[in-house]
Design a protein around this ligand. Sequence first.
Ligand code: H79
Length: 466
Amino acid sequence: MAREEGRKWMVIGATVVSLLVALFILSSCSKETQIGGTKDKVLTQDERMDWWREARFGMFIHWGPYAVPAGTYKGERVGGTGEWIMNNGKIPVEEYEKFAGQFDPIGFRADEWVRLARNAGMKYIVITSKHHDGFCLWDSRVTEWDIMDATPFKRDILKELAEACKKHGVKLCFYHSIMDWHHPDAQAPFYPNYNDGSKSNPNFDRYVDTYLKLQLAELLTNYGPIGVLWFDGEWIRDWTEPKGKDLYAYVRSLQPSILVNNRVGKGRKGMEGLSASDEYAGDFGTPEQQVPPEGLPGVDWETCMTMNDTWGYKSYDDNWKSVEELIRTLADVASKGGNFLLNVGPMPEGLIPPASEERLKAMGEWMAVNGESIHGATASIIGRPDWGRCTVRGNKLYLHVFNWPADGTLEVPMAKAEVEKAYLLADKKRTNLPVTAGGETVTVSLASQAPDPVDSVVVLVLKTNE
Ligand code: H79
């Protein structure tokens, strides 16, 4: 009993200390970073979501000491994704720490990564400030398990990325794991199964109050306005919906206009990722490695996906998706009203794998021509036609033709549509394509050859009732 009491006072004491530290950090930061540049105005939910709905396409970056073993431990290939090697390879904490000692990505150029994302048509970057292994890519004051103290590299990766993002107009966002396999008050004692859902850590609240929240205060005060706080690892037994709601409020108290994904709480329905109801915390749903089968008008969601089969770098994962598949998935996601967060897992030297780079460059070429049909697009109003997908912006329908009709006639399932004109998005001259309307179908006459074998976009401009 006395011990329990003692513990309680320790937690209360620690909470007070953490609040004081948070207050100190807040009072020492500039007004602009504090409120994300929206000092005088409290934004509505729609206004907060605005940039994100406009963006539609972002880059996910999974990077940490797991890039060093790159999927192999003690000469054996470890199953699962690269960033899970600590758990899946049953690697003890002290052994895993040695990978950080070898993490020296001297080839890292924040500017090149951000330019690669921007040129691909991506409007935001979500990078792992901390993944489940607990390693911090920035200079955290509350731990030595970070880039400054545990590696020979000793450069604040998030600081360099924040500067490059600002320069290139890309929003910087952080992925931050609630689960932590390294911190003794979180899961670390669960070794060899760090992800053991049946276990509870008696000190978990202390980890939240004196560690997790302080880290978030650092991330949300020292790196400028952050677009999204993307939580994960919320499925563990010690995390609850009330804790999620509290964390959501805490993050927004630091940057009111920031967005927070639904993995902050317990509402996510497995890998399908959407929230079970509006009762749960979070601004958007997070399908993982999958795209919802139907459009979801009025629901904010973002599919995150890998280009091969891993998030964190694995030297031998060559199962790359084709450029065709990636571009069509982007169009598919946009046609259902969602965002596409496409992952890269940089190598331990600091370079994005060449296979990822090639794909992003090819997507960028497509986006340079067709970006208008993705950025700011809303869900299809004609469902999913046989030949491809449809996105919408204002009075324009963007017909993403994956399967070019052999006879040159594109049938659009639209009743009584008043079409003003049709043209190919790739055609700078906007030459009118002949359109005939009748019954339940609008027919557009096309050339016999697809201008783009992957996805040629035909724009249908609808008459507005003025
Ligand atoms: O960071 C990447 C992965 O490392 C991470 N999410 C992406 C973005 C990830 N963590 N775990 N997983 C992916 C798969 C885990 C699935 C499970 Fe569960 C966790 C199965 C049971 C617990 C989530 C919660 C799915 C069902 C319940």
